[in-house]
Write a protein that binds this ligand. Structure first.
Ligand SMILES: Cc1cc2nc3c(=O)[nH]c(=O)nc-3n(C[C@H](O)[C@H](O)[C@H](O)COP(=O)(O)OP(=O)(O)OC[C@H]3O[C@@H](n4cnc5c(N)ncnc54)[C@H](O)[C@@H]3O)c2cc1C
Length: 452
């Protein structure tokens, strides 16, 4: 018993010290880097974008632009969100048809503020600039950051996402009896109509190389990206406006570049330290800049050292090129040349360091483009087909296309499925009846209740 108590108090201690550590993490500043201020500006503790705004404004903007920024923000629904979050969100949803630039300029903000400050934020949030992102998207996220303090953390994983993000999620699901069938692609949604004309999904045809399998379940959730769902939906379903709307959504191209150096690129204070390879050194943070084609970047060897720090090597810069369009047609060598030149312009003290390894990943359609007027086309997780549900961050949820958004969409889909419990049991009978009428039996192997 005493042993148990000791363990409990040790757990509580650990918990409280980890809470303290978490708090300490939150007080880590975000850094904005600009060619105008090549030493890099570190700002005090913004745990949310609103604070970033003020901190960044101090360093990047002239007093006139700062004053106009303050006026625009004071007139924004974000202020209302502090006292009436639901009312503010309603106001913000009404701003879906205009761009953030149009909204901001109409409230007295300046073009200079957009270029120096809001564009990098928009690029980081949605991979497009303020002229192309909807006011709804930007203001929603600011008001959520302002009001949901538990959700406004800016953190870097300590290692690779595979180990530190999806790894624990996968373990949780497997511990609860779920199964993953990785590299199995879903090729077709199989469906039929009941005698009263209702569409019912009867299975998902999946394949991996030459293997084929039909997955059967009581409820089907398809959690694709935008190009994936467009390919998968049966063309006949487009007769329904609900499904046809999805084809109005498009993805934004993005290019991610990684550059490994033989020294520490972001070590700005001590030239000698930047040239040694015994210890990591430099800006251990997520970095923003308005002065390069990558607005958002980080030295992963510092921020996520578990997997990215390599003894005897230096910085591993990861730069997300936004907009990605101008880079899509370039060769990898050309992209690396351009990006490394821009790195040097931001960090002149890295002159002489060499790129010893690099990687370029181009994604033709990544996040869905949160342009003005697009929100009404996002589908709800509950669809007109009663045993078929959607998830994925492009579906309707109040976060932007992000990991939080994807998570929220999954929670909403699961809530709908729980609500539909009884109905799903009835549908199972309907599907069985429809299937028994079918004379042609497929030869494929079936697998029930799996995750693909
Ligand atoms: C370079 C980059 C950096 C990012 N950084 C961040 C960040 O720091 N923080 C953050 O919150 N978000 C970030 N995001 C956004 C985040 O990755 C996405 O918002 C999130 O992954 C969306 O999750 P999802 O599950 O909706 O879609 P996805 O993660 O796109 O998953 C959909 C999956 O469905 C698969 N698929 C499609 N069709 C089929 C099919 N027929 N059969 C089987 N599988 C199929 C796709 O291959 C894909 O793996 C970043 C995105 C990019 C591109």
């Amino acid at each position: 018993m005493q042993k148990e108590k000791r363990k409990q108090s040790k757990d509580e201690e650990d918990d409280s010290s980890s809470r303290k550590r978490r708090k300490a993490d939150l007080s880590k500043p975000v850094s904005f880097i600009s060619t105008a201020e090549p030493t890099g500006a570190r700002f005090p503790s913004p745990s949310n974008c609103i604070l970033i705004h003020f901190s960044h404004g101090d360093a990047q903007l002239q007093p006139y632009d700062k004053a106009r920024n303050a006026v625009a923000l004071a007139l924004s629904p974000v202020v209302r969100a502090l006292i009436d979050p639901d009312g503010a969100l309603r106001d913000i949803r009404d701003l879906d048809s205009i761009s953030f630039s149009d909204w901001f300029l109409s409230k007295g903000g300046t073009r200079m503020s957009i270029q120096r400050m809001w564009d990098p934020v928009a690029y980081a949030l949605g991979f497009i600039d303020c002229d192309n992102i909807s006011a709804r998207c930007m203001l929603t996220i600011f008001s959520l950051f302002a009001t949901k303090t538990e959700a406004s953390l800016l953190r870097m994983l300590k290692g690779s996402p595979d180990v530190y993000l999806s790894g624990p999620i996968r373990k949780y699901i497997e511990d609860k009896g779920g199964r993953f069938h990785l590299r199995w692609g879903c090729r077709q949604i199989l469906y039929d109509r009941s005698p009263d004309g209702e569409i019912l999904v009867t299975g998902l045809a999946t394949s991996k190389a030459t293997d084929k399998k039909v997955v059967k379940a009581d409820a089907y959730v398809v959690a694709c990206d935008v190009p994936g769902i467009k390919r998968l939906l049966p063309s006949q379903w487009r007769e329904s406006k609900f499904f046809d709307n999805i084809y109005e959504l498009v993805g934004v191209p993005v290019v991610t570049v990684q550059l490994r150096y033989n020294g520490w690129v972001t070590e700005l204070q001590d030239l000698e330290r930047s040239r040694q390879l015994r210890q990591a050194s430099g800006l251990d943070n997520l970095l923003y800049t308005p002065d390069a084609d990558f607005s958002c970047f980080a030295d992963l060897a510092l921020t996520s050292p578990e997997d990215y720090y390599i003894e005897g090597q230096g910085s591993l810069l990861q730069c997300v090129l936004t907009p990605g369009d101008p880079y899509m047609s370039l060769t990898n060598d050309k992209i690396i040349e351009r990006v490394s030149k821009q790195v040097l312009a931001l960090f002149p003290s890295s002159q002489g360091l060499e790129v010893i390894w690099s990687s370029v990943v181009k994604i033709a359609q990544s996040l869905y483009r949160e342009g003005p007027g697009k929100d009404p086309f996002r589908p709800d997780q509950k669809t007109p087909v009663k045993n078929f549900f959607l998830a994925g961050s492009y579906t309707k949820q109040d976060y932007i296309d992000s990991m939080e958004g994807a998570t929220l969409s999954g929670r909403q889909a699961s809530a709908y499925i729980c609500d539909a419990g009884e109905e799903l049991v009835a549908l199972r009978k309907k599907v069985a009846a429809v299937e028994s009428q079918e004379s042609a039996k497929s030869n494929t192997v079936t697998d029930e209740l799996s995750l693909v």
